[in-house]
Design a protein around this ligand. Structure first.
Ligand code: NDP
Length: 502
């Protein structure tokens, strides 16, 4: 067994204990073992971190962007070198199976390299001016101090989605990771420190979001809050940020669906459903927690899906034989399981799973059986609310029109997919799905970092992470006009003669 670690804050370039002198425990969700004692920060730690970030901003915003990018490249190299070790620590800390943990680290590497490249891009606009001897252009400006508040389901990838674009654009950062995954947050900060980030540019504050969160979000020294997590916390943060006219970017939940039409390759769709519903134990914001199946194929699909779900092996994510790891915590386990009686009470049937296994080694961890619910109607709670566990609900429909209607009938709009061999159905679906991400003949998970990531409706507040779109979150446009005519020129008024000239 690995020894228990002490995880500290990183403020102004130094690893420091919390000012409270208190710690909280970081637990392996597969075994219940203690992994680390973690700094339980208070408001004073947030103040110090924000002050350090503000001080560092003055020089970091002037640090040439290509050089900022080079630091990111070096960080990417270190992550690549440490990929296996990071993945193992991630599996221990939050339970996802090792190959998926490696994928999480790889996504972090991809994002770091991608944003490293933005050090030499960050394109602006140079456009013709309407008056002679006048220059017109727009360039990106850093927003200032960014509070990056991240969840536990992608403990490395999601922090890189926020921190890397923020840094390369010249912002400084106060990073508040989820309390279930402080270790990977510490590793990421270690890596950026080793890569040469000047002190104060990235600060880490560990501790409970509920207590620290309001202080961080409302802190006058914070200019932008970038948050990924639950809808409730997202709307709470937006309320505070809105009152203070801060920039707030929220990436929230999903109630993603896979549509299987009667012209689909059903076996192919099964692979996509099993992977998207039960991968990461269903704890992805893009997880397929609904399957919308055409009646003509529904029975066969359900039979096979139930068979596949029952065969999935639960266990520690470190074991090669494990298909599905634990959920992150006992409270998440309770939350996920609470949906089973809710489903039954509303008339749904548990066709596979539905239990918390109490046998052998599984009893020590936070495991939930992969669960398939059938006889589900679109308005039931299990068809409307984010469950965030290995549970999927099958809803039957009679065609593409009804499928799209059911798909769009939740408040969320993150990801969806359709299985069909009919190109007309595929294009209609691509057009009419009210989600930020659409897949055709693939599951609902598997986004790549070079395209925008985010959702419509209550999944967010209009921003996107990843791809070029992320640059708009972490920068402000500055439009610049340079008049070299040597006289007063009035836009929209002078220069009329030019318009009438032959
Ligand atoms: P939260 O939204 O509460 O947590 C996400 C992050 O926000 C964590 O870093 C958390 O800190 C922090 N936080 C919590 N409260 C505040 C606050 N008042 N101000 C600022 N930051 C705050 O999610 P949970 O971990 O409680 O998970 C609950 C549910 O949220 C899940 O079951 C799932 O439905 C959804 N969720 C969705 C995710 C997604 O990717 N869409 C990701 C994670 C959760 P701390 O960890 O210390 O509480």
């Amino acid at each position: 067994m690995a020894s228990t670690q002490e995880l500290k804050n990183f403020i102004d370039g130094r690893w420091v204990a919390a000012s409270t002198g208190e710690t909280f425990e970081n637990i392996d969700p597969a075994t219940g073992e203690l992994i680390a004692n973690v700094a339980k920060s208070g408001a004073a730690d947030v103040d110090r971190a924000v002050e350090a970030a503000r001080r560092a901003l003055e020089s970091w915003r002037l640090y040439p962007a290509p050089k900022r990018g080079e630091i990111l490249y070096r960080a990417g190299e270190i992550m690549l070198r440490r990929k296996d070790e990071l993945a193992r620590e991630m599996t221990r800390e939050m339970g996802k199976v090792l190959p998926e943990a490696r994928g999480d680290v790889q996504e972090g590497i991809d994002m770091t390299y991608y944003m490293g490249g933005e050090g030499r891009r960050q394109f602006g606009d140079v456009v013709p001016a309407e008056l002679p001897n006048k220059w017109a252009m727009a360039m990106r400006n850093p927003v200032g101090v960014v509070a990056a508040i991240t969840p536990w389901n992608f403990p490395l990838a999601i922090p890189t989605w926020k921190i890397m674009p923020a840094l390369v654009l010249g912002n400084t950062v106060v990073f508040k990771p989820a309390s279930y995954t402080p270790m990977l947050a510490v590793r990421l900060v270690e890596i950026l420190d080793e890569a040469g980030l000047p002190k104060g540019v990235l600060n880490l504050v560990l501790g409970p979001g509920g207590e620290l969160g309001d202080h961080l979000v409302s802190h006058p020294g914070v200019d932008l809050v970038s948050f990924t997590g639950s809808s409730d916390t997202g709307s709470h943060i937006s309320e505070i940020g809105g009152r203070l006219l801060k920039r707030v970017s929220c990436e929230l939940g999903g109630k993603n669906a896979i549509v299987v039409l009667d012209d689909a390759d059903v076996d192919l769709s099964l692979d996509g459903i099993v992977w998207s519903a039960f991968g990461t134990s269903g704890q992805r914001c893009t997880a397929a927690s609904r399957v919308i199946a055409h009646r003509a194929v529904a029975n066969g699909l359900i039979d096979k899906l139930v068979g596949r779900a029952k065969k999935l092996r639960l266990g520690s994510g470190l074991e090669a034989s494990t298909d599905v790891g634990p959920v992150v915590s006992s409270s998440q386990l309770e939350r996920v399981h609470s949906f089973i009686p809710i489903a039954e009470k509303e008339g749904a049937t548990v066709a596979a799973g539905g239990r918390i296994p109490r046998e052998g080694a599984l009893a020590k961890g936070f495991f939930h059986e992969p669960t398939v619910l059938v006889d589900v109607k679109p308005n039931m709670r299990v068809a409307q609310e984010e469950i965030f566990g290995p549970v999927t609900a099958v809803i039957e429909v009679s065609g593409i029109d009804e499928a799209i209607k059911v798909l769009n009938s939740t408040k969320y709009g993150l990801s969806c997919s359709i299985y069909t061999r009919n190109v007309n159905n595929a294009f209609r679906f691509m057009r009419d799905a009210e989600t930020g991400i659409v897949y055709v003949n693939a599951g609902t998970i598997g986004a790549e970092i070079q395209l925008p990531f985010g959702g419509m409706k209550s999944t967010g507040n209009g921003h996107r992470e990843a791809g070029r779109a992320a640059l708009d979150v972490y920068s402000e446009w500055k439009s610049i006009y340079i008049d070299y005519s040597g006289k007063l020129q009035r836009a929209q008024m002078d220069g009329e003669e030019a318009k009438t000239a032959p």
